[in-house]
Design a protein around this ligand. Structure first.
Ligand code: DAH
Length: 352
Protein backbone atom coordinates (compact mmCIF):
# COMPACT_ATOMS: atom_id res chain seq x y z
CA UNK A 1 0.00 0.00 0.00
CA UNK A 2 1.40 3.34 -0.95
CA UNK A 3 1.70 6.12 1.60
CA UNK A 4 -1.10 7.96 -0.08
CA UNK A 5 -3.37 4.94 0.14
CA UNK A 6 -2.50 4.51 3.83
CA UNK A 7 -3.42 8.10 4.47
CA UNK A 8 -6.66 7.69 2.57
CA UNK A 9 -7.54 4.59 4.65
CA UNK A 10 -6.64 6.46 7.85
CA UNK A 11 -8.96 9.28 6.87
CA UNK A 12 -11.86 6.90 6.28
CA UNK A 13 -11.44 4.88 9.51
CA UNK A 14 -10.79 7.94 11.70
CA UNK A 15 -13.81 9.75 10.24
CA UNK A 16 -15.96 6.77 11.19
CA UNK A 17 -14.54 6.71 14.69
CA UNK A 18 -15.19 10.43 15.10
CA UNK A 19 -18.78 10.02 13.98
CA UNK A 20 -19.50 7.17 16.35
CA UNK A 21 -17.68 8.40 19.46
CA UNK A 22 -20.09 9.44 22.21
CA UNK A 23 -18.10 11.30 24.79
CA UNK A 24 -15.53 14.05 24.92
CA UNK A 25 -12.88 11.94 26.59
CA UNK A 26 -12.80 9.33 23.84
CA UNK A 27 -12.90 12.03 21.19
CA UNK A 28 -9.80 13.57 22.71
CA UNK A 29 -8.08 10.17 22.65
CA UNK A 30 -8.81 9.93 18.90
CA UNK A 31 -7.34 13.37 18.39
CA UNK A 32 -4.16 12.53 20.26
CA UNK A 33 -3.78 9.14 18.60
CA UNK A 34 -4.34 10.44 15.06
CA UNK A 35 -2.99 13.97 14.96
CA UNK A 36 -0.53 13.83 17.88
CA UNK A 37 3.26 13.69 17.62
CA UNK A 38 3.24 9.90 17.81
CA UNK A 39 0.30 9.55 15.44
CA UNK A 40 0.28 8.20 11.85
CA UNK A 41 0.05 11.58 10.11
CA UNK A 42 3.18 12.90 11.79
CA UNK A 43 4.85 9.58 10.95
CA UNK A 44 3.75 9.91 7.30
CA UNK A 45 5.16 13.41 7.04
CA UNK A 46 8.42 12.17 8.54
CA UNK A 47 8.49 9.27 6.05
CA UNK A 48 8.46 11.66 3.08
CA UNK A 49 12.20 11.76 2.95
CA UNK A 50 12.03 8.32 1.32
CA UNK A 51 9.85 9.59 -1.49
CA UNK A 52 11.00 10.96 -4.83
CA UNK A 53 11.30 14.77 -5.06
CA UNK A 54 8.27 14.85 -7.43
CA UNK A 55 6.05 12.88 -5.06
CA UNK A 56 6.99 14.81 -1.89
CA UNK A 57 4.95 17.99 -2.40
CA UNK A 58 1.92 16.03 -3.63
CA UNK A 59 1.88 13.62 -0.68
CA UNK A 60 2.83 16.42 1.73
CA UNK A 61 -0.13 18.53 0.55
CA UNK A 62 -2.40 15.48 0.78
CA UNK A 63 -1.26 14.69 4.35
CA UNK A 64 -1.87 18.31 5.40
CA UNK A 65 -5.29 18.22 3.76
CA UNK A 66 -6.24 15.09 5.66
CA UNK A 67 -4.93 16.56 8.92
CA UNK A 68 -7.01 19.71 8.41
CA UNK A 69 -10.07 17.71 7.45
CA UNK A 70 -9.83 15.44 10.50
CA UNK A 71 -9.14 18.40 12.79
CA UNK A 72 -12.27 20.06 11.48
CA UNK A 73 -14.36 16.91 11.99
CA UNK A 74 -13.04 16.52 15.53
CA UNK A 75 -13.87 20.15 16.36
CA UNK A 76 -17.36 19.80 14.92
CA UNK A 77 -18.00 16.59 16.83
CA UNK A 78 -16.60 18.20 19.96
CA UNK A 79 -19.11 21.03 19.68
CA UNK A 80 -21.93 18.52 19.23
CA UNK A 81 -20.87 16.45 22.23
CA UNK A 82 -20.54 19.55 24.41
CA UNK A 83 -24.11 20.56 23.66
CA UNK A 84 -25.28 17.00 24.29
CA UNK A 85 -23.50 16.89 27.68
CA UNK A 86 -24.96 20.24 28.65
CA UNK A 87 -28.46 19.12 27.72
CA UNK A 88 -28.07 15.96 29.74
CA UNK A 89 -26.97 17.80 32.86
CA UNK A 90 -29.72 20.38 32.37
CA UNK A 91 -32.27 17.60 32.12
CA UNK A 92 -30.99 15.92 35.28
CA UNK A 93 -30.95 19.21 37.21
CA UNK A 94 -34.32 20.44 36.10
CA UNK A 95 -36.99 21.32 38.66
CA UNK A 96 -40.57 20.26 38.29
CA UNK A 97 -42.31 23.40 39.50
CA UNK A 98 -45.65 21.62 39.46
CA UNK A 99 -44.63 19.27 42.31
CA UNK A 100 -46.23 20.07 45.69
CA UNK A 101 -43.92 22.05 48.03
CA UNK A 102 -42.31 20.68 51.18
CA UNK A 103 -44.45 21.44 54.21
CA UNK A 104 -42.78 23.59 56.83
CA UNK A 105 -43.10 21.76 60.12
CA UNK A 106 -43.65 24.27 62.87
CA UNK A 107 -44.00 23.62 66.58
CA UNK A 108 -46.67 25.14 68.76
CA UNK A 109 -47.22 26.08 72.36
CA UNK A 110 -47.61 23.21 74.85
CA UNK A 111 -51.12 22.68 76.13
CA UNK A 112 -49.98 23.57 79.67
CA UNK A 113 -48.55 26.84 78.38
CA UNK A 114 -51.78 27.55 76.53
CA UNK A 115 -53.76 26.85 79.70
CA UNK A 116 -51.52 29.13 81.76
CA UNK A 117 -51.73 31.96 79.23
CA UNK A 118 -55.49 31.69 79.07
CA UNK A 119 -55.75 31.97 82.87
CA UNK A 120 -53.24 34.82 82.92
CA UNK A 121 -55.35 36.69 80.36
CA UNK A 122 -58.49 36.28 82.47
CA UNK A 123 -56.78 37.76 85.52
CA UNK A 124 -54.89 40.48 83.65
CA UNK A 125 -58.33 41.54 82.42
CA UNK A 126 -59.42 41.93 86.06
CA UNK A 127 -56.43 44.13 86.92
CA UNK A 128 -54.14 41.51 88.47
CA UNK A 129 -50.37 41.51 88.09
CA UNK A 130 -48.52 38.31 87.14
CA UNK A 131 -45.66 37.66 89.57
CA UNK A 132 -42.83 35.18 89.23
CA UNK A 133 -41.55 33.22 92.21
CA UNK A 134 -38.58 30.99 92.98
CA UNK A 135 -38.60 27.27 92.29
CA UNK A 136 -35.80 26.84 94.82
CA UNK A 137 -37.28 28.21 98.02
CA UNK A 138 -36.49 28.43 101.69
CA UNK A 139 -38.29 26.45 104.36
CA UNK A 140 -39.10 29.87 105.79
CA UNK A 141 -41.23 31.08 102.85
CA UNK A 142 -42.51 27.70 101.68
CA UNK A 143 -43.75 26.61 105.12
CA UNK A 144 -43.19 28.96 108.08
CA UNK A 145 -44.65 32.05 106.44
CA UNK A 146 -47.59 29.97 105.21
CA UNK A 147 -48.42 29.10 108.77
CA UNK A 148 -46.87 25.64 108.59
CA UNK A 149 -44.33 25.66 111.41
CA UNK A 150 -41.85 22.81 111.83
CA UNK A 151 -43.61 19.63 112.99
CA UNK A 152 -46.97 20.84 111.69
CA UNK A 153 -48.82 17.69 110.57
CA UNK A 154 -49.91 19.32 107.27
CA UNK A 155 -46.26 19.32 106.20
CA UNK A 156 -46.56 15.56 105.69
CA UNK A 157 -48.70 16.03 102.59
CA UNK A 158 -46.06 18.24 101.05
CA UNK A 159 -42.81 16.38 101.46
CA UNK A 160 -40.29 17.55 98.90
CA UNK A 161 -36.70 17.51 97.65
CA UNK A 162 -34.33 19.19 100.08
CA UNK A 163 -31.14 20.94 99.03
CA UNK A 164 -30.22 21.59 102.65
CA UNK A 165 -32.25 21.66 105.88
CA UNK A 166 -33.40 25.16 105.00
CA UNK A 167 -33.44 25.14 101.20
CA UNK A 168 -35.88 23.06 99.20
CA UNK A 169 -37.79 22.80 95.94
CA UNK A 170 -41.07 24.58 96.65
CA UNK A 171 -44.08 22.35 97.20
CA UNK A 172 -46.59 24.97 96.11
CA UNK A 173 -46.74 28.48 94.66
CA UNK A 174 -48.09 29.85 97.97
CA UNK A 175 -44.69 31.23 99.16
CA UNK A 176 -45.04 33.87 96.42
CA UNK A 177 -47.91 35.25 98.51
CA UNK A 178 -45.55 36.11 101.38
CA UNK A 179 -42.81 37.40 99.09
CA UNK A 180 -45.24 39.71 97.29
CA UNK A 181 -47.14 40.90 100.37
CA UNK A 182 -44.03 41.95 102.28
CA UNK A 183 -42.84 44.07 99.33
CA UNK A 184 -46.18 45.61 98.43
CA UNK A 185 -46.72 49.29 99.18
CA UNK A 186 -50.31 49.38 100.49
CA UNK A 187 -50.31 53.17 100.63
CA UNK A 188 -50.65 52.97 96.84
CA UNK A 189 -53.62 50.59 96.92
CA UNK A 190 -54.48 46.93 97.36
CA UNK A 191 -52.67 43.89 96.00
CA UNK A 192 -54.02 41.69 93.22
CA UNK A 193 -51.69 39.07 91.86
CA UNK A 194 -51.43 35.64 90.35
CA UNK A 195 -48.26 33.60 90.19
CA UNK A 196 -47.87 30.59 87.92
CA UNK A 197 -44.99 28.16 88.14
CA UNK A 198 -43.49 24.74 88.74
CA UNK A 199 -43.86 22.98 92.07
CA UNK A 200 -42.37 19.76 93.41
CA UNK A 201 -43.48 16.95 95.69
CA UNK A 202 -41.91 13.75 96.85
CA UNK A 203 -44.60 11.75 95.07
CA UNK A 204 -44.32 8.57 93.05
CA UNK A 205 -45.41 9.27 89.48
CA UNK A 206 -48.63 7.64 88.34
CA UNK A 207 -51.68 8.62 86.28
CA UNK A 208 -52.67 11.39 88.70
CA UNK A 209 -49.42 12.23 90.53
CA UNK A 210 -46.22 13.81 89.35
CA UNK A 211 -43.11 14.76 91.32
CA UNK A 212 -43.16 18.02 89.36
CA UNK A 213 -46.23 19.90 88.18
CA UNK A 214 -47.64 23.39 87.73
CA UNK A 215 -49.80 25.60 89.89
CA UNK A 216 -51.23 29.07 89.69
CA UNK A 217 -51.49 31.00 92.94
CA UNK A 218 -53.91 33.87 93.36
CA UNK A 219 -53.94 36.55 96.05
CA UNK A 220 -55.96 39.68 96.71
CA UNK A 221 -55.32 41.81 99.81
CA UNK A 222 -57.11 45.08 100.36
CA UNK A 223 -59.53 46.77 102.74
CA UNK A 224 -62.95 45.09 103.00
CA UNK A 225 -62.19 41.97 100.97
CA UNK A 226 -64.80 39.32 101.70
CA UNK A 227 -65.61 35.75 100.84
CA UNK A 228 -68.15 37.18 98.37
CA UNK A 229 -65.25 38.68 96.40
CA UNK A 230 -63.54 35.28 96.39
CA UNK A 231 -66.64 33.50 95.15
CA UNK A 232 -67.37 36.10 92.46
CA UNK A 233 -63.79 36.01 91.21
CA UNK A 234 -63.64 32.23 91.00
CA UNK A 235 -67.00 32.16 89.27
CA UNK A 236 -65.58 34.38 86.51
CA UNK A 237 -62.52 32.13 86.19
CA UNK A 238 -64.45 28.89 86.10
CA UNK A 239 -67.14 30.06 83.69
CA UNK A 240 -64.45 31.30 81.32
CA UNK A 241 -62.58 28.01 81.56
CA UNK A 242 -65.46 25.53 81.65
CA UNK A 243 -68.40 27.34 80.09
CA UNK A 244 -70.88 30.09 81.03
CA UNK A 245 -73.55 27.58 82.05
CA UNK A 246 -71.36 26.16 84.85
CA UNK A 247 -71.96 27.00 88.51
CA UNK A 248 -69.56 26.66 91.43
CA UNK A 249 -69.91 25.46 94.97
CA UNK A 250 -67.66 26.08 97.99
CA UNK A 251 -67.14 23.24 100.44
CA UNK A 252 -65.51 23.73 103.85
CA UNK A 253 -61.94 22.45 103.93
CA UNK A 254 -58.65 23.06 105.66
CA UNK A 255 -55.46 24.83 104.67
CA UNK A 256 -53.11 26.22 107.32
CA UNK A 257 -52.73 29.55 105.47
CA UNK A 258 -56.44 30.34 105.04
CA UNK A 259 -59.32 30.70 107.48
CA UNK A 260 -61.94 29.77 106.55
CA UNK A 261 -60.71 27.41 103.84
CA UNK A 262 -62.74 25.99 100.99
CA UNK A 263 -62.54 23.42 98.27
CA UNK A 264 -64.10 24.73 95.06
CA UNK A 265 -66.23 22.47 92.86
CA UNK A 266 -67.61 23.09 89.38
CA UNK A 267 -70.91 21.62 88.26
CA UNK A 268 -70.16 18.63 86.04
CA UNK A 269 -69.59 19.73 82.46
CA UNK A 270 -70.38 16.28 81.11
CA UNK A 271 -73.73 15.57 82.71
CA UNK A 272 -74.59 19.11 83.83
CA UNK A 273 -75.02 17.95 87.43
CA UNK A 274 -77.25 14.90 87.01
CA UNK A 275 -74.43 12.48 87.87
CA UNK A 276 -72.10 10.50 85.59
CA UNK A 277 -68.75 8.71 85.57
CA UNK A 278 -66.76 11.96 85.21
CA UNK A 279 -68.20 13.50 88.41
CA UNK A 280 -68.37 10.10 90.12
CA UNK A 281 -72.17 10.48 90.26
CA UNK A 282 -72.00 13.54 92.55
CA UNK A 283 -72.74 16.20 89.92
CA UNK A 284 -69.68 18.18 91.06
CA UNK A 285 -65.96 18.16 90.23
CA UNK A 286 -63.31 19.54 92.56
CA UNK A 287 -61.10 22.08 90.78
CA UNK A 288 -59.14 24.12 93.31
CA UNK A 289 -58.47 25.17 96.90
CA UNK A 290 -59.06 28.65 98.30
CA UNK A 291 -59.90 30.65 101.38
CA UNK A 292 -59.58 33.91 103.27
CA UNK A 293 -55.95 34.69 104.05
CA UNK A 294 -55.21 33.66 107.66
CA UNK A 295 -54.65 36.69 109.92
CA UNK A 296 -51.31 35.21 111.04
CA UNK A 297 -50.14 34.99 107.42
CA UNK A 298 -51.00 38.67 106.94
CA UNK A 299 -49.30 39.58 110.22
CA UNK A 300 -46.10 37.67 109.37
CA UNK A 301 -45.89 39.74 106.16
CA UNK A 302 -46.26 42.98 108.09
CA UNK A 303 -49.92 43.58 107.29
CA UNK A 304 -52.43 44.52 109.99
CA UNK A 305 -55.38 42.05 109.78
CA UNK A 306 -57.54 44.57 111.63
CA UNK A 307 -57.30 46.88 108.59
CA UNK A 308 -56.71 44.51 105.71
CA UNK A 309 -58.21 41.21 104.65
CA UNK A 310 -57.69 39.03 101.62
CA UNK A 311 -58.49 35.90 99.75
CA UNK A 312 -56.20 33.38 98.12
CA UNK A 313 -56.55 30.40 95.86
CA UNK A 314 -54.33 27.79 94.33
CA UNK A 315 -55.05 25.67 91.28
CA UNK A 316 -53.24 22.95 89.39
CA UNK A 317 -52.68 23.72 85.72
CA UNK A 318 -52.53 20.03 84.86
CA UNK A 319 -55.77 19.34 86.69
CA UNK A 320 -57.60 22.11 84.85
CA UNK A 321 -56.28 20.91 81.47
CA UNK A 322 -57.06 17.25 82.28
CA UNK A 323 -60.63 18.10 83.17
CA UNK A 324 -61.16 20.37 80.19
CA UNK A 325 -59.80 18.00 77.58
CA UNK A 326 -60.57 14.63 79.15
CA UNK A 327 -56.90 13.72 79.60
CA UNK A 328 -56.71 10.73 81.92
CA UNK A 329 -52.97 10.44 82.56
CA UNK A 330 -50.88 13.37 83.85
CA UNK A 331 -47.73 11.79 82.38
CA UNK A 332 -48.97 12.66 78.88
CA UNK A 333 -48.00 16.28 79.51
CA UNK A 334 -44.34 15.52 79.99
CA UNK A 335 -43.56 12.78 77.48
CA UNK A 336 -43.33 14.99 74.38
CA UNK A 337 -45.27 12.50 72.29
CA UNK A 338 -46.31 14.45 69.18
CA UNK A 339 -49.44 12.34 68.81
CA UNK A 340 -50.57 13.85 72.12
CA UNK A 341 -49.18 17.37 71.67
CA UNK A 342 -50.48 17.87 68.12
CA UNK A 343 -54.06 17.45 69.30
CA UNK A 344 -53.71 20.85 70.94
CA UNK A 345 -51.83 22.48 68.13
CA UNK A 346 -52.93 26.00 67.44
CA UNK A 347 -51.27 27.70 64.55
CA UNK A 348 -51.63 31.00 62.80
CA UNK A 349 -50.35 29.44 59.59
CA UNK A 350 -53.24 28.51 57.32
CA UNK A 351 -53.53 24.90 56.27
CA UNK A 352 -51.52 23.45 59.14
N1 DAH B 1 -51.07 25.58 98.26
C1 DAH B 1 -52.15 24.65 98.21
C2 DAH B 1 -51.65 23.30 97.73
O1 DAH B 1 -50.65 23.23 97.08
C3 DAH B 1 -53.23 25.13 97.30
C4 DAH B 1 -53.94 26.32 97.86
C5 DAH B 1 -55.08 26.14 98.61
C6 DAH B 1 -53.46 27.58 97.67
C7 DAH B 1 -55.74 27.20 99.17
C8 DAH B 1 -54.11 28.69 98.22
C9 DAH B 1 -55.27 28.46 98.96
O2 DAH B 1 -53.69 29.92 98.05
O3 DAH B 1 -55.93 29.54 99.49
O4 DAH B 1 -52.29 22.31 98.01
Amino acid sequence: MSLKEKLEALKVSTSEEIASVNNLKELNEIRVNTLGKKGPITAALRGMKDLSPEERPVVGAFANEIRDELTEKIEARKAELEIQTMNESLASESIDVTLPGKQVRSGSRHILTQTREEIEDIFLGMGYQVVEGFEVESDHYNFERMNLPKNHPARDMQDTFYISDEILLRTHTSPVQARTMEKHDFSKGGLRMISPGKVFRRDTDDATHSHQFHQIEGLVVDKNITMGDLKGTLEVLIKKMFGEERSIRLRPSYFPFTEPSVEVDVSCFKCGGKGCNVCKYTGWIEVLGAGMVHPDVLRMSGIDPEIYSGFAFGLGQERIAMLRYGINDIRNFYQNDLRFLNQFKVSSVKGE
